[in-house]
Design a binder for this molecule. Structure first.
Ligand code: ADP
Length: 514
């Protein structure tokens, strides 16, 4: 039986547990990958947003450069008022200085730049960037305007250089820009439109963790993980993060939830597999018990039948003449037929119970009477087997409502067991009494007793304790106590067992009072 249970266990392991484990490992691997994919998608999206802000700031300056070029061409020498109006339109632009292509100073807005230290600085700066200026020239000749940041930027000031074509002359324009103001004022409306309360968009000076600009006042520092440089502003970065949950939080949350789900599914499936295994193992065990039952019952029936046949043949041939011997033969015959009919009755009783066909007829019943009658039928067996037995009735026992035949059956089973499972100390006491709201009858023996573990199973059908020698030798069906349990259930009663291996057992049947 162990072998077949192990085989079933292995099968379940292979068919259910193994696929579950493989699937889970695969799923967990997938989750990790998914988490990365989600993060990449979000990151790309955020990248695109930052790209659009850069694009927008490029547009602002390009547009300004275009209008400066137009104004230079239109107003020629008297262009200062118009240029001054143009640059004040973009709040962060502090000034504009114009040079010819040989870096000769032409003019500046406001005029105060003409002899400022800034002018000298810019000229030195531009001088070191001939290549960049050459590139800007090539672009301009190709009909395309590009902007560059040139020179070492002063704290809080940025020089944006672009070329314009004024009649035949190429003019170098240097826009003096306050980057923080540019972000905070020129870009802010666009940033607000993009952020729309869903994102935090921030701007930093390179190397600093605290932003000088945030799109939303509720921003908590340290949350932003995605940062990209501003195209137009040297050493400045902009950052973006989802407002409520960061990308990482979001992906992690999702993964965690899915992981939990996979875990839960695994537990349910494994629990299911365990249940299936347990059920099958039980069925296998039951089949084994049934097989034992059949062989045991066949033996139980065959032995008395052989004895009966032998004795009847001997009597029929009239070989025995001694009257005492004849009486003894009859006694054996009676004993064996009683045993046989007891066995058959038990099997019938059990099959009735199993088929749910057993009917109970309740009537007022005196337990003491049933005990007396039962002990009377057992008298011969008890005396013959050398038992000391007594009945200690409670004379004030209330009448109960019970099926007399069924209660007798139950009691017969208990006394029969007490006889079967006693060897050395052959003593049986039957008592009646009342306890709480119950009326009881109990059978106590000094027999081999039952271990705590076996006590849990003795009421299961076909269950027999086989470890002890006596229990092994004594024939039985494993049905007796299952029948007793069924009878007690039908009476809404209970059974109490107290037993110590080697010291005996006490079985008490408790019937509810009327
Ligand atoms: P059976 O006696 O036919 O084996 P039962 O259902 O009557 O079946 O009993 C189940 C098992 O419980 C027995 O095999 C026996 O091992 C144990 N048992 C029952 N009554 C006693 C008892 N009075 N003393 C010791 N063991 C008992």
């Amino acid at each position: 039986m162990r072998h077949s249970v192990r085989k079933i266990g292995l099968l379940i392991l292979m068919v259910i547990v193994l696929p579950v484990v493989i699937f889970s490992v695969y799923e967990i691997g997938n989750l990790r990958q998914n988490e990365k994919i989600i993060q990449d998608i979000y990151r790309n999206q955020l990248d695109a947003i930052l790209f659009s802000i850069n694009q927008y700031s490029d547009d602002i300056i390009s547009n300004l450069a275009g209008r400066i070029e137009n104004s230079l061409n239109e107003y020629k020498s008297g262009n200062e008022p118009e240029l001054s109006r143009l640059i004040t339109e973009v709040p962060s632009v502090k000034g504009l200085i114009l040079f010819d292509k040989n870096l000769g100073y032409l003019s500046s807005i406001p005029a105060s730049y003409e002899d400022s230290a800034i002018l000298a600085e810019i000229i030195t700066g531009l001088g070191g960037h001939e290549k960049t200026l050459g590139r800007l020239q090539t672009y301009l000749r190709g009909g395309y305007r590009k902007m560059e940041i040139i020179g070492n930027t002063r704290a809080g000031i940025q020089w944006i250089v672009f070329l314009t074509q004024v009649e035949e002359q190429e003019v170098i324009n240097v826009l003096i820009l306050d980057p923080e103001e540019f972000v905070g004022q020129a870009l802010d409306p666009k940033i607000q439109e993009i952020a729309k309360g869903k994102f935090y968009i921030t701007a930093y000076h390179a190397g600093e963790d605290l932003p000088f600009y945030v799109s939303n006042k509720q921003y908590k520092s340290g949350k932003v993980s995605e940062k990209r440089p501003f195209w137009l502003l040297n050493d400045y970065l902009m950052g973006i993060e989802l407002k409520d949950l960061t990308i990482t939080d979001l992906a992690r949350d999702r993964s965690k939830r899915n992981l939990l789900l996979v875990g839960l599914m695994d537990i349910i499936l494994l629990f299911g597999a365990w249940l299936i295994f347990r059920n099958i193992a039980r069925q296998v065990e039951l089949t084994q018990l049934k097989n034992d039952f059949i062989s045991s019952v066949s033996h139980e029936i065959r032995t008395p039948l052989a004895l009966i046949t032998m004795y009847i043949e001997t009597l029929e041939m009239e070989r025995v003449t001694d009257a005492n011997k004849i009486r003894e033969y009859y006694a054996v015959l009676l004993n064996e037929t009683t045993r046989l009919s007891g066995m058959v009755n038990r099997i019938l009783s059990f099959s009735q119970i199993e088929g749910k066909k057993r009917k109970y007829f309740f009537s007022d019943t005196r337990l003491n009477e049933i005990v007396e009658n039962t002990l009377l039928t057992f008298r011969y067996t008890l005396e013959n087997k050398g038992f000391v037995y007594s009945f200690e009735p409670d004379s004030n026992l209330p009448v109960i409502s019970a099926d007399r035949e069924a209660v007798t059956d139950a009691l017969v089973n208990l006394v029969d067991n007490a006889i079967k499972y006693s060897d050395g100390n052959k003593s049986i006491v039957v008592r009646t009494g009342s306890y709480d709201n119950y009326v009881y009858v109990e059978v106590e023996d000094q027999g081999i007793g039952i271990s705590k573990t076996d006590q849990k199973h003795i009421f299961d059908k076909f269950y027999r304790v086989t470890e002890k020698n006596l229990a092994n030798k004594v024939k039985g069906s494993g049905l007796g106590l299952a029948i007793v349990k069924h009878i007690m259930d039908a009476h809404k009663g209970t059974i109490y067992v107290k037993s110590t291996p080697g010291f005996g057992s006490l079985f008490r049947l408790l019937f509810p009072m009327k």
